[in-house]
Design a protein around this ligand. Structure first.
Ligand SMILES: [Zn+2]
Length: 325
């Protein structure tokens, strides 16, 4: 949740980080390209729908991925994933005789390595009904450590601050629990500011020598007052000041996808407001636990914080990343 500008001057660490990032990108790309199409006829006598499921073979913890489903009959499809059911709105596919839809899924940071099963079934049918399944391997993504120095009140907050933080956490939890059925997002998502990355998602953080929660967003460089754009269409669920995150805007994009924008100097939207992709929702600032103006851009998928970088158009480079060994 915290952020830092210009902290890292260790070129060796940055180079290592860059090579790790490139390795991950290559892995993700090859994984998507090699995704086989599974075709299974569902054994329902009334209408034997044929579903196909396109998903990666493996994913790293904290990394979102896209699933595409197609069907030969109209009607929504439900994806069962890690105990949650996601309804995928299906639309006529102009290039094929059928219907298609997409969902964004993820496993949370620090999820145990192993295998998860993704299931797709026609909406309205019980979970026990025949379904297309896909095994997805969960691997540990490599997240480096980052050491930062901030004001003491942000490392060991007093009771009043902790009470305030707990109240804010409850409001955030409610926002991340939204499962708006409509899909308002589109891929790739818009970069909210043009600046490059100053802190990657997932960094293991040590503040003033004390280990704290990992970085659960992507820090993007920006000047104070610079406009911040919504990464996709959606509805504002929170626009308020938080202890650590400062002025914060949360946007619900539907299907369990929520984006967030922290440390703003100004918020230009209000809860309940509908926003378009690219719409200015606030201004870059340095409110909350920061060391300088920048945008902390976060993304939640089905309640878990994930790395937004892989969903962005023209994904920003990590030149000058702040990681230190
Ligand atoms: Zn941050």
């Amino acid at each position: 949740m915290q952020c830092l500008l210009f902290a890292g001057r260790d070129g060796r660490g940055a180079a290592r980080l860059l090579s790790m990032l490139m390795a991950y990108c290559c892995l993700a790309l090859s994984s998507v390209l090699s995704s086989a199409l599974l075709l299974v006829a569902l054994a329902t006598p009334a209408h034997a729908a044929v579903l196909s499921l396109d998903a990666p073979h493996s994913t790293g913890d904290g990394k979102p991925f896209v699933v595409t489903v197609t069907a030969d009959v109209p009607g929504d499809v439900v994806l069962d994933w890690r105990g949650q059911a996601v309804t995928v709105p299906m639309a006529a596919d102009g290039t094929r005789a059928g219907w298609t839809g997409q969902a964004i899924l993820a496993v949370p940071l620090d999820a145990k390595p192993g295998t998860e099963t993704l299931r797709a079934r026609v909406a309205g049918q019980p979970k026990a009904a025949a379904a297309v399944t896909r095994a997805i391997a969960v691997v540990r993504a490599a997240y480096p450590e980052q050491r930062l120095t901030v004001e003491g009140k942000y490392v060991n907050p007093d009771k009043a601050a902790l009470d305030r933080h707990e109240a804010e956490r409850a409001r955030v939890k409610a926002a991340l629990a939204l499962r708006t059925p409509e899909r308002l997002w589109a891929l790739p998502m818009e970069r909210p500011v043009p600046g490059d990355v100053s802190s990657l998602f997932g960094l293991r953080r040590v503040f003033n020598g004390e280990p704290r929660a990992p970085h659960r967003g992507l820090d993007l460089r920006g000047e104070a007052g610079e406009p911040v754009n919504a990464c996709a269409a959606g509805r504002v669920v929170l626009a308020e000041n938080h202890y650590f995150a400062g002025n914060s805007v949360y946007i619900d994009h539907g299907m369990g996808v929520v984006s967030m924008y922290f440390h703003l100097s100004a918020m230009d939207v209000a809860p309940g407001q509908t926003v378009a992709r690219d719409q200015v929702i606030g201004r870059v600032g340095s409110t909350g636990r920061v060391t300088g103006p920048h945008l902390h851009f976060g993304m939640a998928v089905l309640g878990d914080m994930v790395d937004p970088q892989v969903l962005l158009e023209n994904a920003p480079g990590d030149t000058g990343a702040t990681t230190r060994e």
